[in-house]
Design a protein around this ligand. Structure first.
Ligand code: 4AD
Ligand code: MG
Length: 504
């Protein structure tokens, strides 16, 4: 049985198999925190209740040793999960060598090098369980809506999202590229099945070291025949809210473990504002307010607040350090002060980062040139004014992909839509309505300097029953990163692949 099922076994004898997450010894007792992948449970080995040999073995269980534990389930409100096990029998499976990941703070590069072990720690475990719930709910949503799951190829002969970030590989002597997006194949499959979604690995070779780029990530790409840009935005909103609700309904424990304040997730269940590119630019430049808030003014206010908070934190650190310097402080008080100082120093790092960033955001917002794509900082400037994801649609056609349809009422704009997540996370979804006219697509393919021959099959879709259609791509890791409020996308996937990281 698994630890997760323990509440059903109160008063009964159970057998658990797992790893030692922590051990504490006191007189005649050994407290073992056992984890088995499904959860964590305290097991108490009492010298009076098991054999001398078993008790001695319990005391030898080092961190991450594996054991089989038999015992009785006893209710104890103070325990995580509300139960503990009184050990009746203990079998050692393996005694672990000294475990490299200790309780003390490790640097991120060290933890990434040890990713194969780091996955066992509680926070990583919780994040990846939330990822699992997200994946499951994505399938649930599309399946209940009658979408057919279809797989696009990974080896491709052509570029979908521009040629600058392709991973080239050798396909029996010819160049092939790892898929940047399954969309073009998704369009073909939508013409065969009506509504489809792909869910597959996706590759982008930009040598980017930002907190939101992976070289390999998972993308969900629905594509729907007879759907326009507005219905596409309805679909995106319904879909994301279904997933957010699933996480709120099923992951309360995990969200607590990672200290996620869920208020913004709950507020994201209301309507997502839809801004045209023109409106978005006006907001960025401070020419249009959102609910009485001006982007530039609110950034300046924020900067002033951050500077006050930095001064306050520095003063408190100095004060506590001065107290510590005076001899005679009690041990408990020393510890308390030292912990406080460590926390304050951590807060300071975040505050100082904001102190560096905000002036840059203000600058780039003021200097934003109409017609440009939105950069990460522009996205932040907009999204911090909202407590819900926002959709930006109708982009200058020059900055978007070749396959997007133009707004029939205003040819300057392409019918793309990006979803920007709140709390500074920025783009999580990109999509739009597709061009249906063969000649217009040919012109765009030439304009983007793409090899026409590789696109002939795609152009066939416009020769035989070409119909309005639309779709979008959600970056799974970007969504996990936002829902879990992670600092970096690398913790949202079991084994991240990014510029400078191929191992483990
Ligand atoms: O905006 P993108 O490039 O759009 C497409 O690929 C379209 N063909 C999708 C479609 O309409 N079917 O990528 C879609 C999403 C982004 O919004 C982002 O969430 C994610 O994929 N993404 C990345 N995630 C992690 N690392 C990267 N390097 C990413 N590049 C894109
Ligand atoms: Mg995009």
């Amino acid at each position: 049985m698994y630890i997760k099922e323990i509440p059903q076994f109160e008063g009964k004898e159970v057998v658990l198999k797992g790893w030692v997450a922590n051990r504490r010894d006191s007189k005649g007792l050994v407290f073992i925190n056992l984890r088995d992948g499904s959860g964590l449970c305290q097991c108490i080995a009492d010298a009076n209740k098991i054999s001398a040999e078993e008790f001695e073995n319990a005391g030898k269980l080092s961190l991450e040793s594996a054991a089989e534990i038999h015992g009785t389930v006893v209710k104890d409100e103070r325990q995580i999960g509300g139960f503990e096990i009184q050990v009746t029998k203990l079998i050692v499976i393996q005694i672990a060598e000294e475990y490299p990941i200790a309780k003390k703070e490790h640097g991120i590069e060290f933890l990434m090098d040890k990713r194969h072990l780091w996955l066992r720690s509680q926070r990583q475990w919780a994040i990846l369980r939330i990822r699992n719930t997200i994946i499951y709910s994505i399938h649930q949503f599309f399946q209940k809506e009658g979408f057919v799951q279809m797989d696009a190829p990974i080896f491709t002969g052509n570029a979908c999202e521009g040629t600058t970030n392709l991973f080239e590989t050798d396909f029996y002597g010819d160049p092939a590229y790892l898929s940047q997006s399954g969309q073009l194949y998704g369009e073909a499959m939508a013409m065969a099945f009506g509504k489809i979604y792909t869910f597959g690995p996706t590759f982008r070779a930009e040598k980017s070291k930002t907190r939101r780029h992976l070289s390999e990530f998972w993308m969900i790409e629905p594509e729907v025949a007879f759907m326009d840009i507005h219905e596409n935005m309805d679909l995106i909103e319904n879909f994301l809210q279904f997933v957010i609700r699933a996480v709120l309904d099923n992951c309360q424990n995990e969200l607590k473990l990672i200290d996620r304040d869920t208020s913004i997730l709950e507020s994201s269940l209301k309507k997502f504002p839809r801004l045209s590119y023109d409106e978005a630019v006006a907001i960025i430049k401070g020419e249009k307010d959102v609910n009485g808030q001006n982007s530039i003014k609110s950034l300046e206010d924020e900067l002033a607040k951050v500077e006050l908070a930095i001064a306050a934190a520095n003063a408190e650190i100095a004060d506590r350090e001065a107290k510590l310097a005076v001899p005679g402080m009690k041990k408990g008080e020393i510890n308390f002060n030292q912990n406080k100082i460590a926390t304050l120093k951590n807060d300071l790092k975040d505050l100082e980062e904001q102190q560096r960033n905000i002036p840059q955001w203000i600058q780039s917002a003021k200097n934003f040139e109409y017609g440009n794509d939105l950069g990460g900082s522009d996205e932040t400037v907009i999204t911090r004014l909202f407590d819900v994801p926002v959709m930006v649609y109708d982009w200058p056609h020059e900055v978007k992909a070749f396959y997007l349809k133009r707004n029939p009422n205003d040819q300057r704009f392409a019918r793309g839509v990006d979803v920007l997540a709140p709390e500074g996370y920025g783009e999580i979804v990109g999509g739009g309505e597709r061009e249906t006219d063969e000649q217009k697509l040919r012109d765009k393919i030439i304009e983007h300097d793409l090899p026409m021959a590789e696109f002939e099959w795609y152009l066939d879709l416009r020769k035989y029953g070409s119909v309005p259609h639309a779709g979008f791509g959600l970056g799974l890791e970007r969504l996990v990163t936002w829902l879990c409020k992670l600092k970096h996308v690398r913790e949202s996937i079991p084994f991240p692949r990014m510029y400078g990281r191929l191992l483990p």
